[in-house]
Design a protein around this ligand. Structure first.
Ligand code: IPM
Ligand code: MG
Length: 372
């Protein structure tokens, strides 16, 4: 298969982790005789520095001209600490989502067997957790009318949703549940917000078309508690933009590190794949950033194009790396010197030598100190 992939590494650790995902995709292409062509473009703070625009037209054009987008991370402390900044890196990502119509953000959360001890949560609570969060991505408070009074003393952000915006993501969530554990939990704040009451009404109507899927409701405050109290109760979580943003960061604790969580953002026409973590400026260039979230986002990209064996091999490589502690310090309690690049190289090697996968591990493991 020929695939044109736009690569938007962005800021901070974005380039380091995205490089490893590209490396893995190149290995997959070579092993399976695909032709993947990568085109890199600026987004975020780096795009402000280079082009005075967090999403230059040239970048948007490249995204539209390609089959898929692999996104790194954006954000820079110089903007975080300056509330008066008019141009901000995040605007690049939000505009990209809106312009490409990426209305559904799918964030899988899984407790890896090999990482159960790495989570601060108790093993018996997280073991077996397998959640798919469907976060609405182009509406709600993120995109509603914003207002700052002239004297700068009052401000507001409007949370608005239409029936159509709710319907289209609800269908995706119910379809996903049909192929999973047949349960959708709608997370909202319907006891307070009018927009949440609309979500409840519309999602309830849609649920009638999916008789095999059970629909459940949770207020977001309760959902935040349930997520760490009993995450196994969840199958598909459906929620609006900001609740999904918050609850998915919380859910990342289950996996042991936010550096493991991948996501796919899809719309009618375009698809973008990105880790859920941010640009982690403190770690930039230190080789400690976990590339797994980016690599698993690449696996979701492969699945999007129905390259299932390819994605499976990539996931297997990731699981082996975690099992052998060939992983960055955020999830590694054994070795403290495994770098971002080393993880990427291990995964690349594994893909190129899948036949050796049962033979070489002991050697790799024993030779750890020399290999790293
Ligand atoms: C995410 C991020 C973004 C969001 C930021 C960087 C704008 O937190 O993708 O979860 O809030 O959507
Ligand atoms: Mg977020």
């Amino acid at each position: 298969m020929k695939l044109n992939i736009a690569v938007l590494p962005g800021d901070g650790i974005g380039p380091e982790v995205t490089n490893q995902a590209v490396k893995a995709l190149k290995a997959i292409a070579a092993e399976f005789n695909h032709h993947f062509v990568f085109t890199t473009a600026d987004v975020g703070a780096i795009a402000i520095d280079n082009h005075k625009d967090p999403l230059p037209d040239a970048t948007l054009d490249i995204c539209k001209a390609n089959d898929a987008i692999l996104f790194g991370a954006i954000g820079h402390p110089k903007y975080d600490n300056d509330p008066s900044a008019k141009v901000r890196p995040e605007q690049g990502l939000l505009k990209l989502r809106k312009e490409l119509g990426l209305f559904a953000n799918i964030r899988p959360v899984k407790a890896y067997q090999t990482l159960l001890d790495k989570s601060p949560l108790k093993k018996h609570i997280i073991e077996g957790t397998d959640i798919s969060i469907y976060r609405e991505l182009t509406g709600g408070i993120y995109f509603g009318e914003k207002h700052l009074s002239e004297d700068g003393n009052s401000a507001s952000d409007l949370c608005a949703y239409s029936k159509e915006e709710i319907e289209r993501i609800a269908h995706l969530a119910f379809k996903a549940a049909e192929n999973r554990n047949h349960k959708v939990t709608l997370v909202d704040k319907a006891n307070v917000l009018e927009s949440s009451r609309l979500w409840r009404r519309v999602v309830t109507e849609i649920s009638e078309q999916y008789s095999e899927v059970e629909l459940d409701f949770l207020f977001v405050d309760n959902a935040a508690m349930q997520m760490i109290l009993n995450p196994k109760q969840f199958d598909v979580i459906l929620t609006e933009n900001m609740f999904g943003d918050i609850i998915s960061d919380e859910a990342s604790v289950i996996g042991g590190s936010i550096g493991l969580l991948a996501s796919a953002s899809v719309g009618e026409k375009y698809a973008m794949f990105e880790p859920i973590h941010g640009s982690y400026p403190q770690a930039t260039g230190k080789g400690i950033a976990n590339p797994i979230a980016s690599i698993l986002s690449a696996a979701m990209l492969l699945e999007h194009f129905e390259l299932f064996s390819e994605a499976e091999l990539l996931r297997l490589a990731v699981e082996k790396s975690l099992k052998l502690d060939i992983s960055t310090p955020d999830v590694n309690t054994k070795y403290d010197n495994v770098t971002t690049t080393r993880v990427g190289e291990f995964i690349e090697d594994f893909i190129y030598n899948p036949k050796d996968k049962n033979i070489n591990f002991t050697n790799i493991h024993l030779g750890q100190s020399t290999i790293i």
